[in-house]
Ligand binder design. Sequence first.
Ligand code: NDP
Length: 327
Amino acid sequence: MFNALVVEKDEESGKTSAVVKEISDADLPEGNVTVAVEYSTVNYKDGLCIGPGGGLVRSYPHVPGIDFAGTVEASQDDRYKPGDKVVLTGWRVGEVHWGGYAQKARVNADWLVPLPMGLDTRQAMAVGTAGFTAMLAVMALEDHGIKDGPVLVTGAAGGVGSVATAILANLGHEVAGVTGRPETADYLKSLGATQIVAREEINETTKRPLEAETWGGCVDAVGGEMLARALGQIKYGGSVAAVGLAGGAGLPATVIPFLLRGVNLLGIDSVMQPYENRLRAWERIAKDLPMDKLEAMIQPATLADLPGLGADILKGQVKGRVVVDVN
Ligand code: NDP
C-alpha cells in the first residue's frame, strides 16, 4: 500500500473532492514501467485536475499530477531497468491517465525521458512542465531570432514566467517581466529581470494595432488582451511564443503586426513534443538554467498541501515553482 492524492466525484452533486489515501499496486492503471515517484509539482493544469476537472479528467476516482520524477521500480521495456532515474511531463498523464501525485506511478515507457545529466529528481520537478515549456518557448524564439532589446515575459512571477526569466537573463538578454503582483519585483530582479512592467500597463485593449517597437521577443503565459498588446509592441521581425492562457483564451488582435512588421506568433505545446526535442530541451535546461536561481523559485509541499495549492494556482497566487515531496 502507498499514498496517493485521489480525486473522487459525487455522482449526485457532480462535486469533486481530493483526499490523501492509501492505494495499492493493483489500483494502478496499465503501463509497462512502474516508477517509485520522488517528486511532483503544481502546474496550472494540476489546479484544474485537483479541483473541478476543467474538462481534462475523463473518469473518477482519479490521481492527478501532470509530471513527476523518480526511480524505475519495474520495467517490461528494454529502454528502462530498475534503478534508472526518469522524468515524465505531458502525454495527458495526470489528466486521462493517473499521474504523479502518488508514491508510485505506472506509465508507458514512450512517455518517459531519462533524468537529464546535471539535475536531480527534485530539481527536475522544480523545473517541471512549466519550466520545460519555458525552455521550449525560448528555443522557439531563438530559432526565429531574438531581436535586440528586452524580451517581454508575461505572467512573470508564475511558473513558466519565472523559469523563462531566469533562462533568458542567463543567456544574456535583458528581461522585462510583466506582473500583477508588484510585491514580486525583488524576486523577479533576483531571477535576472531588468525591468518590471505592471500588468495594468499592458492588459488593456488599445485601438492601435501597432505601438512603439519595444520588445526583442516575448514569452507569453497569459494570452488574451496581453498577448494582443504584446504583438503590437514587438520589434520588426521579432516573435512571440504563445504558451498559456492564464488571462484568457481569446485573442482580440489584428493581423497588422504580422503584415507590416513581419512579427511571428509561435505556438508552444509541451504535451505531445517528440522525444528528441524533449531531450534537447532538458539538456538546454541543465546547461542554461542556473541552479541557484531555480532554488530561489522553490516552495516545498506535501501531498496533503495539494488541494489548497491547486486552488491557489487557479487564482494566480502561486509564486515560482512548487516542489511536492510525495514521500
Ligand atoms: P502560474 O499560475 O504559475 O503562472 C501564471 C501567471 O500568470 C500568474 O502567476 C500571474 O503572474 C499571471 N496571471 C494569472 N492570472 C492572470 C490574469 N487574469 N491576467 C494577467 N496575468 C495573469 O501557471 P503556470 O506558469 O504553470 O502556467 C502558465 C500558463 O501556461 C497556464 O495558462 C498554463 O495552462 C500554460 N501552460 C501551457 C503549456 C503548454 O504546453 N503550452 C505547458 C505549461 C503551462 P503575475 O502574478 O506575475 O502577474
